[in-house]
Each structure stands twice: as structure tokens, then as C-alpha cells.
Design a protein around this ligand. Structure first.
Ligand code: SF4
Length: 344
């Protein structure tokens, strides 16, 4: 497999983000374009981060920025310097109720996928902490355990995406990422060092059952994550095509809109039941999808969009939220399956 590697300059290293809708952050920093983990389900190539920069990427030697996802990495080595310059002048800081002014590394790549990205991430975290910013790391990589000297900090929380515990399934879906068992070992190391942790049980493939969720959550609780985010695989855009190209037949179960919504709702209910059974329901934070509005009670969607997580951040007192009990998810399905739209 040919990998295109290089560097790219960016104008603004710190981007305001809509990920407060998911309770994640108000800003993102991406230390590279592309991601060598190349997970088959990855949505990033379908977002403007890649879609709006096709010609730039082609000029850098990337033949097909969508379907070649996982085969290119352009390092943004000037991010630390530009961030230092920016923060030394920046006076206004945008903070939403759910984003809490947090900076996420990263939304469009993996900050700890290799030593190059890890080195930049380390410099960026040090700068953010120097300017008293709150930091959220999100990774499938393991190299963050080498940075525990700076990551064990009240203003930093480290999250790993671990959709399931099954290493064999992981090799089919995300073959270039470290297997879940290795990610769990890294989290255990972080836990023992006193690092604040969270997990994204995301994205889950449709064949997972309530028993799978129960066993998985029991394993995750061993390192005491403060929040457990969840969403299923959403096969729309080129990630659906890439999963089919990778021979992942299960994706056909969720390729039409109604079957996708049915599967989403079923897993949503199952993971809530599993979380209740193992005693971590209050930490489970659902990421619903806008496209569910035909299928799910409005109250259930409104409950989750822009909802602050239960994590505590310095300077923030978690307010008592008005709608504190989880609404019913399911509503009468209006759509005729024969009329349902196809995503791919
Ligand atoms: S690690 Fe994250 S950014 Fe990288 S390919 Fe996988 S899902 Fe996408």
C-alpha cells in the first residue's frame, strides 16, 4: 500500500466547533490532515475538513481523498507556534453550556497515531495548559501513555474510542488501529497514574447485542471513565462505500434509512439497559443523529443535543438540568420500508 506523507501549513490552528452538540468541546485542533488508522467507518472524509479541500489534497499527491482515506497523512508542524502566537493575543474565549470552552484534539485525525503527531500533540497540550485552557484528547492510539507527565492534570481528560472488546472484529473494521485489548491496557495505565479518563463506545456495528454491551461496559468500568459516549455506525457517504469495499457485509443491515434507524434505536435501548444493569447509566451520554427525527421522540433528541456531560471541569459547576430523567426513545415508525431512502 502506498502512503502519501508530507506537511501542510494552516492559517488558524484553533477552530471553533459545533461539537458542543455532543457535549465534547467548543474548539478543535487538528495536528494533521488524513489519518493512518484509516478506520473503514470513519466519517471525517465526508466532512468539510476533507470535502472542501479536495484540490489542495490532490496537489499534495493524494489521488482520491475520499476512498484513499487511511493512505495519507499531512503533518501540520507549525500548529504549536501558530497556537502560541494566537493565544498570546487572544482575549475572547467562546464557551457554550455543553462545550464548556474545552479544546478537543482531534476531530479530524488521531492525535496519537504515530510519533510525529504525538510530538505535536504534546507541544499543543503544554501550550493550552500554559494559557489555562481545558483539554480533551480523543484517540485510538497508545502513545499518550508516554505523556502522562503532562496529561495527569485536572484540566485534561483523555478518551479512547473503544466500540467493543472483540479484537477479531476490530481487525475487520479498524485494522490499522491498535486492538481494543491494547487500548484497554493503555487506559488502565492512565487510570493507575491518576489520569482523568472517558470512553467513546463508538461507533458500534449493528450485530452487537445487549449482552455484548453489558460485558463491554463491565470491562470499561475497571478504569473508571467519567463519561461513556455512545453512537452506532452511520453508513452514509463514502464510509458506507469504504465498508462495502472492505467486505463488511453487516453494513448492508443499516444501509437503508429505516433499517439504520431501527438498528440505532434498538442499540440505544440496549446500551441504556446494559448501563443500568452494570450501574453506569448516569455516565452514559448518547450521541443521537439529526436524521433520526422521523423515528425518535422529539423529547429524546432534545434531551441529548447540547447536553453537558456529567464530567466536572474546573470553573464549572454542573447545573441541575431541567429535564433530568431520560425520555422514552421509540416512537411509531411512519416510514414505509419500501419507500425508505438509501444512504449509499
Ligand atoms: S482514528 Fe479516528 S480519525 Fe482516524 S480513521 Fe479512525 S475514526 Fe477516523
Amino acid at each position: 500500500m502506498t502512503i502519501t506523507q508530507g506537511f501542510e501549513d494552516i492559517t488558524n490552528p484553533l477552530q471553533q466547533s459545533a461539537l458542543h452538540k455532543k457535549g465534547l468541546c467548543d474548539y478543535v485542533i487538528n495536528v494533521a490532515s488524513g489519518c493512518l488508522h484509516g478506520c473503514t467507518f470513519c466519517y471525517v472524509p465526508s466532512t468539510p475538513v476533507i470535502r472542501a479541500r479536495q484540490s489542495h489534497l490532490k496537489n499534495k499527491g493524494v489521488v482520491d481523498p475520499q476512498m484513499d482515506w487511511g493512505k495519507y497523512l499531512l503533518i501540520r508542524q507549525d500548529v504549536p507556534k501558530k497556537l502560541e502566537d494566537l493565544l498570546s493575543r487572544k482575549r475572547v474565549w467562546h464557551e457554550t453550556k455543553a462545550g464548556k470552552g474545552v479544546v478537543l484534539l482531534c476531530s479530524g485525525t488521531d492525535p496519537y497515531q504515530n510519533q510525529q503527531t504525538a510530538d505535536i500533540t504534546r507541544m499543543v497540550v503544554k501550550i493550552l495548559l500554559k494559557y489555562k485552557k481545558k483539554v480533551r484528547i480523543l484517540t485510538r492510539g497508545l502513545l499518550w501513555v508516554n505523556d502522562l507527565d503532562i496529561l495527569v492534570h485536572p484540566d485534561v481528560t483523555v478518551g479512547m474510542s473503544i466500540p467493543y472488546s472483540n479484537d477479531i472484529l476490530s481487525r475487520q473494521i479498524e485494522p490499522a488501529s491498535p486492538p481494543p485489548s491494547h487500548r484497554m491496557k493503555a487506559l488502565l495505565e492512565g487510570y493507575k497514574a491518576g489520569c482523568r479518563l472517558y470512553v467513546a463506545v463508538a461507533p458500534t456495528p449493528p450485530q452487537l447485542t445487549q449482552d455484548d454491551f453489558t460485558r463491554h461496559l463491565e470491562k470499561l468500568l475497571k478504569f473508571n471513565p467519567e463519561v461513556i459516549f455512545w453512537e452506532p455506525i452511520n453508513a452514509r457517504g463514502t464510509n458506507g462505500r469504504r465498508m462495502i469495499a472492505a467486505g463488511l457485509d453487516f453494513i448492508k443491515l443499516v444501509i437503508n434509512k429505516k433499517s439504520w434507524a431501527d438498528s440505532f434505536i434498538k442499540q440505544w435501548e440496549e446500551i441504556e439497559t446494559a448501563a443500568s444493569d452494570v450501574g453506569c447509566l448516569e455516565r452514559l451520554h448518547i450521541w443521537p443523529d439529526q436524521e433520526l427525527s422521523e423515528f425518535v421522540e422529539d423529547k429524546a433528541l432534545e434531551y441529548w443535543w447540547d447536553r453537558p456531560t456529567v464530567e466536572q471541569w474546573s470553573g464549572y459547576k454542573n447545573q441541575k438540568l431541567k429535564n433530568s430523567s431520560r425520555p422514552e426513545v421509540r416512537k411509531y415508525l411512519k416510514l414505509d420500508p419500501n419507500e425508505s431512502a438509501h444512504f449509499v
